[in-house]
Design a protein around this ligand. Structure first.
Ligand SMILES: *[C@@H]1O[C@H](CO)[C@@H](O)[C@H](O)[C@H]1NC(C)=O
Ligand SMILES: *[C@@H]1O[C@H](CO)[C@@H](O)[C@H](O)[C@H]1NC(C)=O
Ligand SMILES: *[C@@H]1O[C@H](CO)[C@@H](O)[C@H](O)[C@H]1NC(C)=O
Length: 775
């Protein structure tokens, strides 16, 4: 407070203290502070010189300045005071001189008096310390060592003495302290600089004077820290991890490493390169030395290598290096299709394996990983096989149903494998599987039964028919061999009738057949395959023998020409149309071959008799007249209807007479002495019996016939026709008193040439059986 109050009272104090009259011989001396206001009183010269004011005025007191100096002061006449006219600046008048005296001449006239007035100008702290510039630029390399000194130009203060610069202060900072020695101002580096921490700083330096009040001046020292290569590059990460899909095309950017170097310029210029890389990986990646981009240059195959580890070096311009690690994990891409391996296969498989039999083993592999290697296997639907998953990627190929080689003998089983990648890849493999034969099919005849038709009298060895049996089995299991099953036909072994070609199934006749002996028979033919054990089946072959016209008609009545003694009596009174006799013939053939027709080939009197074409009945064509010859001779031909037809002829002797007495003449006509008596008797007996029998039948039929309509007598003579002579199958006598052939019997007849010469005729009639005709 005292200090402040002192400052405020400064001008008054100055006046009181410095403006003191210095009396010397004629000289005046005043001491005044600089920078006084205009017209400030320096001193009263009138008083100090001892001159009254009137004298002062009358003597024209005045002040003179040496040279062309400014008029700093003047005399105020009415008071006799010396006052300032100009601002008096000590610094401009005297500079740094420690004492500053302004000399003024005071002149009085009448008489001239010269007084020297010395004005001692006292310094006043009116100047602040001043730096030359307000900003000092400094550049200090960061490598500067502790203790290094950096001089600063000092501050200047126009004042002198205590009012000049007395001390400096430096704003507090981390690096520098101030050292001031004998007007040398220096910054001293106390802590090392780090450009990377602080690139520049402003330090405020203040200079203080010792005046009162104290004045100060400041300067800003701008320190720029210059770089030194004191930093190695630093990677942003110690370990870089990247994930790279396999098969990434060349030039794919995998990752960008980045290292920063805190240094500047060349010192901070980072280039990248791979550290040690194995030869395998060398060509897979490149690194851009400038940008640090790691790119793909080769083929990235997950299956070859699923990860890469590399060291990357960063180097600055002056060779400081650092390293980082780059780990590239390759991610799997589904680029491998599953591969199907057939590990084992039972081929061929027998067709009788039971369902569920393991046929083969399949292994599926996929080189990808995870889902991309999850494989599903399947086979097509329409085969009787399935895949049964087994351990790991193994599958069993198993039958699901019964196999039948005869239906499907080969399977192409397509196995498909699909992985679960996205998109999924698949592959397929076709397994060819054959089914081996088992003799499970017997031969089967194409027909239920076979019939063979053969004409009798066939040549031995002729082909009758052929049987065919099929066996779908394979090779010998399907090879069919035919054979006849043992059996008998008419008491003889079948093999004496037929033979069968074992390979072809063609059936041959062994002998010639006779229709008249038997008309059909059956044999069993077996078809057997060559399997082991063999399978067989049987079929019936019916052989039907057909008739051939191989038998000539046999004339039973009358006996053949030359051997007959038969003579028919024709009553003289016979009218036209009367039945006089009947030619009876048989044919042991059948059908057309036994259909007989009768014709008169020659006759004594052609107009007199006719013969029924099919009945063989001989009738008169007109009434007998007296003129007709008594002995009539007819030659009758009997033909069958076969192709060609066969025929037989006979002669019939007719005697037109009412009287048997005339019979002796017969001998002339027909009888030959050579005929044995026995034969004659037999014939007579036969004729008699037959006539009797026929008559009896006729009577019975006649009675039945007469009941219905009035009977007409067809012939009035006792014409005896032996009924036994009726043709076997062809007895269609038109209801006129002959038999329907409803009987079956054997007849032994003589044909007359020798007594013991009988001919056997077997007559078969369809209905009943009469065991034997009493003969
Ligand atoms: C199986 O494949 C083979 C060869 O491609 C072919 O010759 C044969 O006919 C096929 N079999 C079936 C039953 O499809
Ligand atoms: C025939 O079948 C048998 C089993 O019945 C079998 O062992 C054999 O191999 C088959 N023969 C042929 C040629 O297939
Ligand atoms: C065929 O006949 C033979 C002999 O009678 C017999 O042993 C065999 O079992 C028969 N075969 C068939 C399939 O009937």
């Amino acid at each position: 407070m005292g200090n402040k109050g002192f400052s405020a009272l400064w001008p008054i104090f100055c006046l009181a203290f410095f403006v003191t009259l210095r009396l010397s011989r004629g000289d005046l001396s005043y001491s005044i502070p600089e920078e006084m206001k205009r017209e400030s009183v320096i001193g009263n010269v009138a008083k100090d010189l001892g001159v009254d004011l009137r004298t002062l005025a009358s003597r024209q007191a005045r002040v003179d300045f040496e040279g062309s100096r400014k008029r700093y002061c003047d005399i105020k006449m009415n008071t006799g005071d010396l006052i300032t006219l100009e601002r008096i600046d000590r610094e401009s008048l005297c500079g740094k001189k420690p004492s500053c005296v302004l000399k003024v001449d005071l002149v009085l006239e009448n008489p001239l008096e010269l007084h020297r007035v010395s004005l001692h100008i006292q310094d006043v702290n009116d100047n602040s310390p001043k730096f030359k510039k307000s900003l000092i630029e400094m550049e200090i390399r960061e490598s500067a060592e502790k203790g290094n000194r950096f001089s600063i130009e000092e501050a200047h203060d126009a004042d002198i003495g205590q009012n000049a610069v007395q001390r400096y202060t430096l704003e507090k900072n981390d690096n520098f302290i101030l050292s001031v020695t004998s007007n040398k101002v220096e910054l001293v580096l106390e802590n090392k600089l780090d450009r990377e921490k602080q690139k520049e700083m402003n330090l405020l330096l203040t200079a203080l004077d010792g005046g009162s009040p104290q004045r100060s001046g400041t300067v800003v020292i701008h320190v720029t820290v210059l770089d030194a290569n004191d930093n190695a590059p630093v990677f942003s990460q110690a370990i870089y991890k990247a994930s790279l899909p396999e098969n990434s095309p060349p030039d794919t950017i995998v990752i960008t490493v980045s290292a920063t170097d805190a240094d500047e310029g060349l010192n901070g210029d980072v280039t990248y390169d791979f550290g040690h890389v194995s030869d395998d990986d060398l060509n897979l990646f490149t690194i851009d030395p400038k940008s640090g981009e790691i790119r793909v240059t080769g083929v990235i195959d997950f299956e070859e290598s699923s990860s890469f580890e590399m060291r990357v070096e960063a180097k600055d311009g002056l060779g400081l290096t650092s390293y980082c690690k780059v780990i590239i994990d390759v991610t799997d891409i589904n680029d491998n299709a599953p591969v199907i391996y057939l590990k084992s296969l039972n081929n061929p498989i027998p067709e009788n394996v039971s369902p569920g039999t393991e046929v083969g083993i399949i292994n599926v592999q996929d080189r990808d990983s995870d889902n991309n290697r999850q494989v599903r296997c399947s086979i097509q639907q329409n085969v009787p096989f399935k895949l049964v998953p087994s351990i790991k990627n193994y599958y069993s190929l198993v039958t699901t149903g019964q196999l039948d080689r005869e239906l499907v003998s080969d399977y192409n089983i397509t196995i498909s494998a699909t992985d679960e990648g996205s998109p999924p890849l698949s592959s397929s493999k076709t397994v060819q599987l054959s089914v081996a034969d088992i003799n499970d099919n017997p031969p089967v005849f194409e027909e239920q039964s076979y019939s063979a038709y053969v004409s009798e009298n066939n040549k031995p060895g002729s082909t009758l028919c052929s049987v065919t049996a099929r066996d779908p089995d394979w090779r010998q299991n399907g090879t069919v061999i035919y054979s006849l099953l043992p059996g008998e036909v008419n008491g003889a072994p079948v093999s004496s009738y037929l033979s069968v070609n074992g390979d072809t199934g063609v059936i041959h006749a062994v002998r010639s057949f006779d229709y008249e002996q038997f008309r059909s028979f059956k044999v069993q033919v077996m078809a057997r395959d060559n399997g082991s054990p063999p399978l067989s089946s049987n079929v019936t072959v019916s052989v039907f023998i057909s008739d051939v016209n191989d038998n000539s008609p046999q004339i039973l009545y009358p006996a053949p020409e030359g051997n007959s003694f038969m003579t028919e009596l024709v009553p003289k009174a016979a009218h036209g149309g009367s039945l006089v006799s009947k030619v009876i013939a048989v044919d042991s053939d059948s059908g057309q071959n036994a259909w007989l027709s009768y014709h008169i080939v020659k006759s004594t009197d052609p107009g007199l008799f006719t013969i029924g074409v099919h009945s063989g009945e001989i009738r008169t064509q007109r009434d007998i007249s007296e003129s007709d010859s008594m002995k009539q001779n007819l030659i009758v031909s009997v033909k069958d209807n076969g192709q060609p037809s066969l025929s037989a002829t006979c002669s019939m002797y007719l005697l037109i007479s009412d009287n048997l007495a005339e019979v002796p003449e017969l001998k002339d006509i027909s009888y030959d002495d050579k005929n044995s008596k026995l034969t004659s008797y037999l014939i007579i007996a036969l004729v008699s019996v037959s006539t009797f029998f026929l008559t009896f039948i006729i009577i019975i039929l006649g009675v039945r016939f007469c009941r219905r309509r009035k009977p007409r007598l067809l012939f009035d003579g006792a014409v005896a026709i032996p009924s036994a002579y009726l043709p076997p199958n062809y007895a269609d006598v038109d209801g006129t008193g002959t038999l329907r052939s409803t009987y079956n019997y054997d007849a032994y007849l003589t044909t007359g040439s020798r007594t013991s010469d009988f001919k056997f005729v077997h007559i078969t009639v369809t209905c009943a059986n009469i065991a034997a005709f009493p003969f």
